[in-house]
Design a protein around this ligand. Structure first.
Ligand code: SAM
Ligand code: SF4
Length: 325
């Protein structure tokens, strides 16, 4: 369906847990993380009910995210069930990759249509400093296994001043080495992300041109969203950029989000107003559920407004892992 600004909304990102086996420094505090009580997390049945409702109003694409979605028990069966819903054309997963190798056969069997692995460095020491874990070799094994399956793989990297600026060309090289899309995602000023300085898209492109030569804008769409892709000579995959702040794409935004505790969020940067878990548990009908989603879509904010001080009081205050980045 369309929102009040005539944007076609056909994509939902669902966070299935606020828990995570990593502590990425720009996403989660290292100590004292307060997770939601299990009773506050949407059950798989509730998530499926939501998916059935939204498939009836034009949502065709689902992303499973978190927290770390692979730490949620039953996530492969959930994916399988969502894939069976008429009208749902794709179910993709965003993961830190730590458990990917282990779950890959089950994910393939469930009919997963795409995997995004978040990876900011190829250096084991930096990996530990960024994620708070020693998981690099497990993540790498997961990626190597995933690229051998029929599921398309994307690697998402956040360029950060002083953290990985010397590795950006090596990250892009993965798209030469493997048939994967490597995307550079701009750090957003949300939660702990505010403490880190991102590297502008143009600067990353300069680094890549110096190492690999000409970058030609790729034609066509290669996913659910706003990434802009480039082709590089002799690369198997493409290199993409998602720059929500410096190259705002709100005018073409096609998505809504459901948090792990059931809050429907029409925009990443605004706190959602309706808690569908509570509504479902208080006994609303499927028709009422659809109505609540349609109303939230209609009133989706025109733009994220990162940096607009005036709207600070209605903005999202939660950390990314609770929202489903
Ligand atoms: N745990 C999974 C993972 O890391 O892929 C899924 C959830 S994680 C919140 C989803 C994505 O959000 C990750 O790629 C992470 O790098 C990104 N992210 C977290 N905080 C961010 C921020 N402030 N700005 C931009 N991206 C952020
Ligand atoms: Fe966990 Fe993903 Fe956040 Fe890292 S970015 S702490 S892996 S949810």
């Amino acid at each position: 369906m369309r929102d009040q600004y005539q944007r076609e909304i056909d994509y939902v990102r669902i966070s299935v847990t606020d828990r995570c086996n990593f502590r990425c420094r720009y996403c989660m505090p290292r100590e004292g993380v307060k997770f939601a009580d299990r009773s506050e997390i949407m059950t798989c049945e509730e998530i499926l009910r939501f998916c059935r409702a939204v498939s009836g109003i034009g949502i065709h694409k689902v992303k499973i995210t978190g927290g770390e979605p692979l730490v949620r028990r039953g996530v492969c069966d959930l994916i399988r069930e969502i894939r069976r819903i008429p009208g749902i054309e794709s179910v993709t997963l965003t993961t830190n990759g730590m458990l990917l190798g282990e779950y890959l056969p089950a994910l393939e069997d469930a009919g997963l249509t795409g995997i995004n692995v978040s990876l900011d460095t190829l250096n084991t020491v930096k990996f530990r400093r960024i994620t708070g874990t020693d998981g690099f070799s497990e993540v790498w094994k997961g990626i190597c296994k995933a690229v051998k399956t029929s599921i398309p793989v994307k690697i998402n990297c956040i360029p950060m001043r002083e953290w990985n600026e010397d590795e950006l060309a090596d990250m892009a090289f993965l798209a030469k080495q493997f048939p994967v899309m490597v995307r550079f995602i701009e750090m957003m000023p949300m939660g702990k992300g505010r403490d880190y300085t991102g590297i502008p898209q143009e600067e990353v492109k300069d680094i890549l041109r110096k190492r690999f030569g000409k970058m030609a804008a790729a034609k066509g769409r290669f996913g659910n969203g706003p990434a802009v892709y480039y082709e590089l000579s002799d690369f198997q995959g493409k290199v993409g950029f998602i720059s929500a702040v410096s190259h705002e794409f709100c005018g073409a935004c096609n998505r809504i989000r459901l948090t792990a505790d059931g809050i429907l969020k029409p925009c990443l940067n605004y706190a959602g107003r309706v808690n569908l878990r509570q509504e479902m548990r208080s006994g609303i009908t499927d028709q009422e559920l659809r109505y609540l989603v349609k109303e939230a879509i209609y009133w989706k904010p025109r733009r994220h407004g990162f940096g607009d001080e005036a709207e600070e009081e209605i903005k999202e205050k939660r950390r990314m892992a609770g929202i489903g980045g």
